[in-house]
Design a protein around this ligand. Structure first.
Ligand code: CA
Ligand code: CA
Length: 130
C-alpha cells in the first residue's frame, strides 16, 4: 500500500494517507474527520491532504480531503471513490479497493496540485492502524 501511495504522490504535491481500524460505534464520517485531525493531516503546506479511512469489520469507509482539494472537487468525487471501494469490499477485495481509491485520489490531486520540484513528503505513506 505504501508503494501505491508513493506512486500516486510522485505526480502531485498532495498527500494521501490510509488509516484502518477494526470497528467503530460512531458515524464513519465524523470519526474519519477526527482521525484526520489526530494524524495532523490539516497541517500540510497547501492543505491538500486526503485521508482514506476504513473500518474493516464494518466495511465502512470515508474519504476526506482538506480544504485545498475539497473546495475544488465537490461531494460527487468523494462519493465516486467510496462507491468504487465498496464494490471491491463487497467482493472481499479490500486491498484492491484501497489501491484503486489511492489511484483515483492521486489522479485528482495531480490535476489540481501538480508535483512541484521542491515538494516534500509531508505525511507518511505507511498505512496507519488504529
Ligand atoms: Ca508532498
Ligand atoms: Ca506522503
Amino acid at each position: 500500500m505504501a508503494t501505491a501511495i508513493g506512486e500516486a504522490e510522485r505526480r502531485t504535491s498532495g498527500e494521501i494517507r490510509v488509516h484502518l481500524e477494526d470497528h467503530i460505534e460512531e458515524d464513519v464520517l465524523v470519526h474519519a474527520a477526527f482521525i484526520f485531525e489526530e494524524l495532523g493531516m490539516h497541517r500540510t503546506k497547501d492543505r491538500n491532504g486526503v485521508l482514506i479511512y476504513v473500518s474493516v469489520a464494518d466495511r465502512k469507509a470515508a474519504v476526506i480531503g482538506d480544504k485545498g482539494i475539497h473546495e475544488r472537487v465537490g461531494e460527487g468525487f468523494w462519493r465516486d471513490v467510496l462507491a468504487v471501494m465498496q464494490l471491491h469490499f463487497a467482493a472481499d477485495r479490500a486491498s484492491d479497493g484501497l489501491c484503486e481509491a489511492v489511484r483515483m485520489v492521486g489522479e485528482k490531486l495531480r490535476d489540481m496540485h501538480p508535483y512541484a520540484h521542491d515538494d516534500r513528503d509531508e505525511l507518511s505513506n505507511e498505512v496507519s492502524v488504529g
